[in-house]
Design a protein. Structure first.
Length: 468
């Protein structure tokens, strides 16, 4: 049986102490921080907590590393490409540290939870003063204080502690779109994936804390709230008996909150995607008609090797049920091309599943070996060039499906949320409940509001519409 999560409030004693130190050390009028976030929405949400803490310590934010007193890269380890970018960008900070020795350069996030990476950073980049792992955000004030006052380099990592800290302040990037983490870590151990190794065991926040945060977001005018977890469908692990809830129950409870808002969630694992959840979406007032349900591969042989615990038939059964219950359902998925041992025959199964389901859009990745995962030890005879050819074939297929889907929407009317400007004069970017982008003519004062639009044209996968 899983042990019940420990829930604590963070120790805030060091917040005023850092503020005092920075009053003296700041280079300009106020202490400035530059935060760069790589990777997924969970990282974005983590950075919002880091910014909340820094704000309380008196920092303001800049988008110019040159002006900053504190530079932090929140890193991603999911694919090698993301890691290479971090190494390149950190290397480029060496000259800045030489020019302004008082600045503190720090790294956090998933990459730092890999021992070989943390060691490499420590040895190769002596100008990096602080490294902290994914479960240490609540310790940031104390870590900063120790680095700034003692001038020592600090590395704190290792994600064994599953305590959930509830009172970390959050400074959100958006004013109408908000991320709401409902759980942390992952227990699924898909064989290609580094996440369970770097984010630790799965644990869920208490429903009352989630509901309270959702209530506050709605009261503060947030219109598009996304519940976050590596596998939201298994929400509930580590909750005390009296608080036990499934994800369907949780999202059903949030949906009862009054207000004009959309509720989204990601990511869903097909093995835990219940009919109860689909029924809840179908009956809800606020839950969006978008389901991001990664299937990764259409081949049963590869799904087994990936340790995904469902097969093609089960995936298609969920899709069939969801399409039947949720009108205008928009499906998206993640797909990995070129998993070790995958043949072109296997890949053709992926293509045929893509055709059969008719996704709105796809997030497609060429397999990237991650040290410490089982897949990294598997035989991988197919060359990168060959995998890239398959990848291009998949992209071309999805492009034609997306274009067809978009064309079929011309003439329809729908509700959209105005998200921002496009760069084209007087043209705004809006998004449907199904997560499809529609460009409309309008004034920027509409940003952050819901509007009804009629879809007037479709070019490839870009929709154009007019406000009605
Ligand atoms: N190589 C390529 N893609 C990966 N993903 C996770 N690990 C890897 C890897 N080693 C993809 C999966 C996952 C998404 C977030 O990233 O498709 O759903
Ligand atoms: Fe990685 Fe699988 Fe967990 Fe998603 S469910 S984070 S792919 S191990």
């Amino acid at each position: 049986m899983q042990k019940v999560n420990e829930i604590k409030n963070m120790d805030c004693d060091f917040i005023p102490l850092v503020a005092q130190v920075m009053e003296i050390r700041k280079r300009g009028d106020v202490p400035l921080a530059y935060i760069r976030t790589y990777g997924c929405q969970q990282n974005v949400a983590d950075s919002e907590q880091v910014k909340g803490l820094l704000s309380q310590m008196g920092y303001e934010f800049t988008d110019k590393p040159d002006d900053a007193d504190f530079i932090l890269f929140n890193t991603c380890a999911v694919r090698e490409h993301a890691e290479d970018r971090v190494f390149g960008n950190v290397g480029a900070l060496k000259a800045l540290k030489r020019k302004h020795p008082s600045i503190l350069i720090a790294l956090c996030g998933c990459m730092m939870e890999q021992e070989h990476i943390a060691n490499r950073i420590y040895k190769s980049f002596p100008f990096v003063g602080l490294v902290f792992g994914t479960n240490y955000i609540h310790e940031l004030p104390q870590l900063l204080y120790n680095c700034l006052v003692n001038g020592k380099r600090l590395v704190v990592r290792g994600n064994k502690d599953t305590t959930i800290y509830e009172n970390i302040p959050t400074r959100r990037d958006g004013t109408f779109k908000g991320w709401l983490p409902i759980m942390y870590g992952c227990d699924n151990f898909c064989t290609y994936c580094i996440v369970p190794h770097v984010r630790g065991r799965e644990r869920s926040r208490n429903p009352e804390n989630i509901l309270e945060e959702a209530k506050q977001l709605i009261a503060n005018g947030y219109k598009d709230i996304t519940l976050l977890g590596q596998n939201v469908n298994s929400y509930g692990k580590g909750l005390p008996q009296e608080n036990k809830m499934t994800f369907a129950q949780l999202i059903g409870e949030i949906d009862k909150l009054e207000g004009d808002y959309w509720l989204r969630f990601m990511t869903s694992h097909p093995k835990d995607c219940s009919k109860e959840l689909i029924d809840t979406i179908a009956q809800s007032k606020h839950i969006s008609t978008h389901l991001h349900l990664p299937f990764q591969s259409g081949s049963d042989r590869i799904l087994k090797q990936m340790n995904r615990h469902y097969d093609r038939a089960k995936y298609l059964e969920i899709v069939r049920y969801a399409k039947e219950k949720i009108p205008n359902l928009s499906l998206t998925s993640d797909i990995i091309v070129g998993f070790p041992g995958e043949t072109y025959e296997d890949f053709k199964e992926t293509l045929s599943l893509v055709k059969e389901v008719g996704f709105t859009s796809l997030f497609t990745f060429i397999y990237s070996p991650r040290e410490g995962t089982p897949a990294a030890k598997m035989d991988d005879p197919v060359s990168y060039q060959e995998k890239n050819k398959w990848f291009q074939e998949l992209l071309a297929l999805q492009e034609s499906i997306s274009a067809e889907r978009c064309a079929s929407m011309v003439g329809n009317s729908c509700k959209v949320l105005v998200e921002g400007v496009t760069g084209k004069e007087n043209i705004l970017q809006t998004r449907t409940s199904g997560n499809i982008i529609v460009e409309v003519e309008g004034d920027s004062s509409l940003i952050g509001t819901f509007q009804n639009v009629e879809i007037t044209s479709a070019r490839n996968w870009i929709l154009k519409g007019k406000i009605i």
